[in-house]
Design a protein around this ligand. Structure first.
Ligand code: MRU
Length: 359
């Protein structure tokens, strides 16, 4: 099945998306109608996931140019939107792409060109994700053949955070193979890490897999090691927010520990990686800024009460300090392959350089 789009235009060309802070219990559609609303949606995580914040940033720049299309305003709006979240490089990539497209144009033509470019970024995202999903599906089917005889039944794949359709325009990256395998009736079951502190796994990945009818089970973040030790994980697939020129990967905090456990147990660890997420200006992991988010995300948890209303409760004692880095860094050596829209490549400087030389 083709998952529904996460960002779409209605018949009046309004830009609509789901407010992801309200999922999984409420499906609330919000309109993005200005640069300020795009910037707010990104920073408040109404939209999140590297490709989706890139697309929303692109529309934000287009809205800004409708208001003022001068060079100065373009630069100001670019920096304003870029500051909304620092780690995922797709935001900078998309803003740069729109800015490069409109800068040579007269100011009267800039807003329309930016709007068109934002639309193109969205369309390309769907095709890119479908290609990544198809490459990952091929890898998973090969994995299933290798284990047949040793163990039968659905292939068990563990994922962390949400790199699904909610993190992109459609399909997602790490979750794309599950939708494609589902289309052909290939049995797969997904272990979904809850992904504290914001629970993107428990609330978003579980929701979208459930909507699509893909078999899945939510597990506590720390259960993955045991399941790998027990032979109950055939592969790990995660997304990424930025991949450095040497193949080091920044992704949701907790990814690194899964990569270590996967390596210890000889389990393939795949990173679903649109080429737009590769940042060749970051030489290695040390160059990647890790977003530190509000400690309240850690000290408090939001959920649904028995009467159906939602509430936030405190889970750490008054007075305890809390530190909340939103991402972590996985060394390239722990990555089995970066699975790009052009196919899987080793997580090495040479393979990344070759990818950009070819495409
Ligand atoms: O903080 P988030 O929810 O934006 O983090 C999302 C992730 O870490 C995803 O794995 C990543 O952006 C890849 S999305 C295809």
């Amino acid at each position: 099945m083709t998952p529904a789009r996460t960002l779409w235009l209605d018949e009046r060309s309004r830009v609509l998306t789901l407010d992801q802070t309200r999922l999984p219990f409420e499906q609330v559609t919000i309109e993005l109608d200005s640069l300020a609303s795009c910037r707010y949606a990104i920073s408040a995580m109404q939209v999140r996931g590297a490709p989706l914040i890139g697309a929303v940033g692109a529309y934000g720049l287009a809205f800004g140019l409708r208001h003022d299309a001068s060079d100065e305003a373009l630069q100001h709006d670019f920096e304003d939107l870029l500051a909304s979240r620092p780690t995922a490089v797709n935001l900078r990539w998309a803003l740069q792409r729109v800015a490069d497209r409109v800068r040579p144009l007269p100011s009267t033509a800039r807003a329309a060109a930016a709007w068109h470019e934002a639309g193109a970024i969205c369309e390309e995202d769907v095709a890119c994700n479908r290609a990544i999903g198809s490459h990952l599906a091929t890898l998973l089917r090969a994995q299933a053949q290798r284990r047949d005889g040793a163990r039968t039944g659905a292939l068990d794949v563990l994922t962390h955070c949400n790199a699904g359709r909610l993190a992109t325009i459609a399909y997602g990256t790490a979750l794309a193979p599950f939708y494609l395998l589902d289309e052909i009736g290939f049995p797969v079951h997904v272990w979904v890490d809850e992904t504290r502190p914001r629970n993107q796994g428990a609330s978003l990945t579980a929701w979208e897999l459930g909507q699509a009818g893909v078999a899945h089970t939510v597990i506590a973040d720390n259960a993955g090691g045991l399941l790998m030790m027990q032979g109950r994980v055939d592969a790990v697939i995660v997304g990424c927010d930025r991949v450095a020129a040497n193949g080091d990967v920044a992704n949701k905090v907790g990814t690194y520990l899964k990569a270590l456990a996967a390596r210890a147990h000889g389990i393939p660890f795949y990173v679903a990686c649109p080429s737009s997420t590769i940042d060749r200006s970051s030489a290695d992991a040390a160059a990647i800024e890790i977003e530190a988010r509000d400690a309240r995300e850690l000290s408090h948890v939001r959920g649904r009460l028995a009467d159906g209303s939602s509430a936030e409760v405190q889970v750490i004692p008054d007075g305890s300090a809390a530190f909340n880095p939103a991402f972590d860094l996985t060394p390239a050596a722990l990555v089995t392959a970066l699975v790009t829209e052009h196919g899987p490549i080793p997580a090495t400087s040479a393979a990344i350089a070759a990818l950009f030389a070819e495409h």
